[in-house]
Design a binder for this molecule. Structure first.
Ligand code: C2E
Ligand code: CA
Ligand code: CA
Ligand code: CA
Length: 281
């Protein structure tokens, strides 16, 4: 009765404290990780749906914690966004991805690089605008802008429409293509999408997971493909794991595919092996 209530309250608050403690510790470790550059990038190929040749790669960050090993971005990117640490981390990502891209180009693989960019990077940048950062980095690495793509999520566009539109236009004006990531999860309409300088839509993995079992997901993907085609946008299907999924998406008219069926994200040295096999004449 009364006594129990008190106990469960105590338990609850002790629990909350330990969650807060964990959160504070994570933040401290992440600050140190930024200073000591404890991050690395894995690259996942994006291929043509028809002949499966690699057209580019997506850079995906991992945190190599000295104590806990490889930590996935889902575990720390949200904290990085809340604390603003995403700005230095994001800069590190661009820097590293372009270093690796210029290496790939030097080896004769003229592929594209897609980088994930979070809302706070695009908008809250308190120093120079994000477009100037990209411009400077491209020049520093002597890479033509057409080889760089940025991926932003559909939900981000819906948060701060006006600002996003301006920032994205500045990036598009440099010649950098903009991809909409996780498309289908944010319920944006056709007319809404037209406001942004977008070149490519990435269909969210969650629909692809279920499309062969659930008619509603298959219908949704068909609608996205038709909408994309009518806006003259290219389509990437992400998270493809089986040949059946591949065939279905190819028949629908998706242009590009990405997923474990082709390759998991891999470190740069293992990527080179794949490129040699995939792109040799
Ligand atoms: P995302 O951009 O939607 O990336 C796709 C995620 O799906 C990646 O997870 C990738 O490894 C995984 N994936 C790809 N193909 C398959 C598949 O066939 N099956 C399965 N089960 N999974 C697949 P990852 O690398 O853990 O990244 C998670 C999220 O973290 C990314 O989702 C992205 O939102 C974020 N992220 C990663 N790197 C960065 C970064 O440098 N900056 C920012 N701001 N966010 C990043
Ligand atoms: Ca992405
Ligand atoms: Ca995605
Ligand atoms: Ca995602």
């Amino acid at each position: 009765a009364k006594g129990d209530g008190r106990n469960s309250y105590r338990y609850f608050s002790a629990n909350m404290n330990s969650n807060m403690l964990e959160r504070v510790q994570l933040e401290q470790r992440l600050r140190r990780a930024v200073l000591q550059e404890e991050f690395c990038l894995f690259y996942q190929p994006i291929v043509n749906m028809d002949d499966r040749t690699v057209i580019g790669v997506e850079a995906l960050i991992r945190w190599r914690d000295p104590k806990y090993g490889l930590i996935s971005p889902d575990k720390f990117i949200p904290v990085a966004e809340e604390t603003g640490l995403i700005e230095p981390i994001g800069e590190w990502v661009i820097q590293q991805a372009l270093t690796d891209l210029s290496q790939m180009h030097a080896n004769g693989f003229m592929i594209n690089m897609a980088i994930n960019v979070s809302g706070r990077q695009l908008i809250n940048s308190n120093q120079a605008p994000f477009s100037s950062l990209l411009d400077n980095m491209l020049q520093k690495h002597k890479i033509a802008p057409k080889y760089l793509h940025i991926e932003i999520t559909e939900s981000m566009l819906m948060d701060d429409t006006e600002q996003c539109q301006q920032k994205l236009e500045a990036i598009r004006d440099l010649g950098i293509d903009i991809y909409i990531d996780d498309f289908g999860t944010g319920y944006s309409s056709l007319s809404y999408l037209k406001r942004f300088p977008i070149s490519v839509i990435k269909i969210d993995k969650s629909f692809i997971d279920n499309m062969l079992a659930r008619q509603s997901d298959a219908n949704l993907i068909k609608a996205i493909v038709m909408m994309g085609q009518s806006l003259e946008l290219k389509l990437v299907a992400e998270g493809i794991e089986t040949e059946e999924q591949w065939e279905f998406l190819q028949n629908l008219g998706c242009n590009f595919g990405q997923g474990y069926l082709i390759s998991r994200p891999r470190p740069i040295n293992e990527l080179t092996e794949l490129l040699v096999d995939n792109l040799k004449p």
